[in-house]
Design a protein around this ligand. Structure first.
Ligand code: HEC
Length: 117
């Protein structure tokens, strides 16, 4: 029975880590709603920019964060001939959070092949 406190501590710490991730997705959703939803849908098809549900399948979260922060430097590598997305004045953390949110949209995407860029 001596192991019980240790076990409880481990469970508590696992929950802390899991909740931390959960919160960032939540904040990322708010960043999306305030800054991206005007041009990107989630599951509503292409608007001005591509549907993030699809982007979630085809890009890593690092790619999404990098593109969101500086579209001009990435549009060619992503296959576009021109850049129509504005450079948004957000914090690095907000770009990471919104990338976490987009990444969370398709939990089974690990089984799918991602585009490489
Ligand atoms: C004013 C409209 C507009 C806003 C606001 C906008 N985007 Fe975009 N975004 C675009 C367009 C248009 C494209 C397609 C590339 C192009 O034509 O420039 C794009 C492309 C992208 C791509 C590349 C998708 C791919 O896989 O090809 C990502 C990632 C992206 N946007 C993320 C974001 C995020 C995150 C936000 C909010 C923080 C955001 N965008 C806000 C218009 C916008």
């Amino acid at each position: 029975m001596k192991q019980l406190p240790m076990l409880l501590l481990c469970i508590a710490m696992t929950n802390l880590v899991a909740n931390g991730q959960e919160n960032r997705v939540k904040e990322g959703k708010a960043v999306y709603a305030a800054n991206c939803a005007i041009c990107h849908t989630v599951n509503g098809g292409s608007a001005l920019g591509p549907d993030f549900n699809i982007v979630s399948y085809t890009r890593t979260k690092e790619q999404v964060a990098a593109y969101a922060k500086d579209p001009y430097s990435h549009y060619k590598a992503f296959g576009y001939s021109a850049n129509a997305m504005p450079t948004l004045p957000l914090e690095d953390q907000e770009f990471k959070d919104v990338a976490d949110y987009i990444d969370s949209l398709q939990p089974f995407k690990k089984w799918m092949i991602k585009k490489k860029h």
